[in-house]
Design a protein around this ligand. Structure first.
Ligand SMILES: Cc1cc2nc3c(=O)[nH]c(=O)nc-3n(C[C@H](O)[C@H](O)[C@H](O)COP(=O)(O)O)c2cc1C
Ligand code: SF4
Length: 505
């Protein structure tokens, strides 16, 4: 009998290790021959630890499972959810990037290959660099780290640069609130990221890669490090990638976890062993990046999506989506929701459908008040904007941003003045200090919001002015985008600001 118990850190935090031990113990006690596989997560976090058992060729899902449930689980008397692929939250998804996550044993390269892994790389090996870059461009893939910059154009710039050494740097800093897609794929399907980085290297002529991974992700660091070791031992990495005659190797580097070190130039400084402060652009990292050499800096999900584009074709990928937002978006649904987790779907779903239908509304049962989309620099979207489609341009037009596609849901007990203050304070704490509008502005911003809370109506236009200065004058998006959550709270929820004022009067 095959039993899968996730080793994903969300599942572990909810007791998966104890469940795995209980499975081994109960199986031994019953004399049942159980093959226990520690897989990645399927992304249905509210059901973790989600245990799967193979029966009649199907993988049946049970969860959340506690150690005390394991006897009934093995006896077949525990109530479950049926085949995992038929759980509505899962069945509604289009899993391209996450197709294997939770399905395979993350560190079994043969299992990976048996589920479509390496097919993309084999195809890319038959292409020259320009063809590889053209394929990525044709897919319409845009950076999933936040800015949504077209990946093909970035690769083209690095490919066209003349240098004795080029680099692929994977941004696995994942600092946005409510996000976990990078972690989930690194823990659940690490070879996908490795394969994506190798294809990027072949495309632009880079022979070395780095994954900059935050220290708060010890499980991802462990899995990725082991996956790199296996990949090297099996010839997927090294001087002769899969017998192609082309070289690519990579290593895992640990960051200390400052939010600003997710910003690409700050990340490069940190990777070089320097303090993580933002660099002025130009020069672009694509031309002068790591150690001054041409460097592709891409998010984990951007790179982990590359293999499926080569496996299924650029056109296949581009056929999903909305407008200039092609392919799938890996929504990470968190906060006050009934069903939180990872939901991969073609761009285009309205925000309200994600929050109300897919996530099932709030966990508290109270009405939804706001959703912060795109991390701590994203706008608070009120219910009146729930018809906004998940697409880069649509969100932009609605005054928001998709960012890394994290959604944090709040019910009507949230006080939006407090949330605006939190956004400013976050910027003040995380600022790298390089430019004045952010370093000083965020501190003044907190003080100004406190004045509003104390009833000073004159402080409201001052806050608006300050936000404009930060937006227009900051060197990077930390200072430049903090006005999004602050002003969206002010304009979308004026009562929360007025109530405070009136109460004080
Ligand atoms: C303050 C700040 C934090 C950021 N954090 C991350 C992060 O954690 N992960 C990430 O991939 N991109 C992050 N970015 C965006 C990166 O600067 C960069 O756009 C991205 O790594 C490029 O990869 P992509 O084109 O694949 O999205 C951040 C940007 C800013 C301004
Ligand atoms: S906006 Fe803030 S984080 Fe960005 S460079 Fe300026 S001080 Fe640093």
């Amino acid at each position: 009998m095959k039993v899968w118990v996730p080793m994903d850190s969300a599942a572990r935090a909810l007791g998966a290790d104890d469940v795995a031990k209980a499975v081994a113990r109960e199986a031994a006690a019953r004399g049942v021959d159980v093959q226990l596989i520690r897989n990645g997560s399927r992304g249905m976090v509210w059901l973790e630890p989600l245990v799967e058992i193979e029966r009649d060729g199907q993988r049946l899902a049970y969860g959340p499972v506690a150690p005390a449930d394991v006897a009934a689980l093995l006896d077949g008397t525990l109530e479950g959810h049926g085949p995992v692929e038929e759980i509505p939250f899962f069945a509604r998804q289009t899993r391209l990037t996450f197709a294997r996550c939770g399905v395979i044993d993350p560190l079994d390269l043969d299992d990976y290959a048996a589920h479509g892994g390496l097919a993309g790389l084999h195809r890319a090996i038959g292409m020259d660099g320009a063809e590889i870059v053209a394929e990525v461009t044709a897919s319409g893939l845009r950076g999933r780290g936040g800015a949504g910059f077209p990946t093909g154009i970035k690769w083209q710039t690095v490919a066209g640069a003349v240098a004795d050494q080029k680099y692929i740097v994977c941004n696995a800093d994942e600092g946005d609130s409510g996000t976990f897609a990078d972690r989930m794929i690194m823990e659940g399907d690490p070879f996908t990221l490795i394969e994506g980085m190798v294809i990027a290297g072949l495309g632009v002529g880079a022979t070395r890669g780095y994954v900059y991974l935050r220290s708060e992700y010890p499980d991802a660091i462990r899995v990725m490090t082991e996956a790199v070791r296996i990949a090297r031992a099996r010839g997927l990495l090294g001087p002769d990638v899969l017998g192609s005659g082309r070289a690519f190797d990579m290593e895992i580097r640990k960051g200390a976890g400052a939010y600003v070190c997710g910003e690409e130039t700050s990340l490069l400084n940190s990777l070089e062993g320097k303090r993580g402060t933002v660099r002025a652009k130009p020069p672009l990292p694509a031309l002068e990046g790591f150690l001054g050499k041409p460097t592709v800096v891409n998010n984990v999900i951007s790179l982990a999506t590359v293999p499926v584009i080569f496996e299924r074709s650029a056109q296949y990928y581009a056929d999903f989506g909305l407008g200039r937002s092609r392919g799938t978006v890996t929504l990470q649904i968190a906060g006050n929701v009934a069903r939180g987790g990872l939901f991969e779907t073609a761009f285009g779903l309205p925000l309200g459908e994600v929050v109300n239908d897919i996530a099932g509304g709030t966990a508290s049962g109270r009405p939804v008040k706001a959703v912060q989309v795109g991390g701590p620099l994203g706008a608070y979207m009120p219910v009146s904007k729930f018809d906004t489609a998940m697409g880069y341009e649509d969100f932009d037009a609605a005054g928001g941003l998709i960012g890394h596609a994290g959604l944090v849901v709040f019910d009507d007990s949230a006080d939006m003045l407090t949330m605006a203050r939190f956004a400013m304070e976050f910027c003040a704490v995380e600022s790298c200090g390089k430019c004045t509008p952010c370093r000083i502005g965020a501190v003044r911003g907190v003080e100004t919001i406190d004045r509003i809370a104390a009833g000073d109506a004159a402080a409201i236009p001052l806050l608006t002015d300050l936000c404009e200065t930060m937006r227009d004058g900051s060197l990077c998006a930390l200072g430049g985008f903090t006005p999004y959550p602050v002003l969206s709270a002010l304009t979308g929820f004026p009562d929360d600001f007025a109530t405070q004022r009136e109460a004080a009067e």
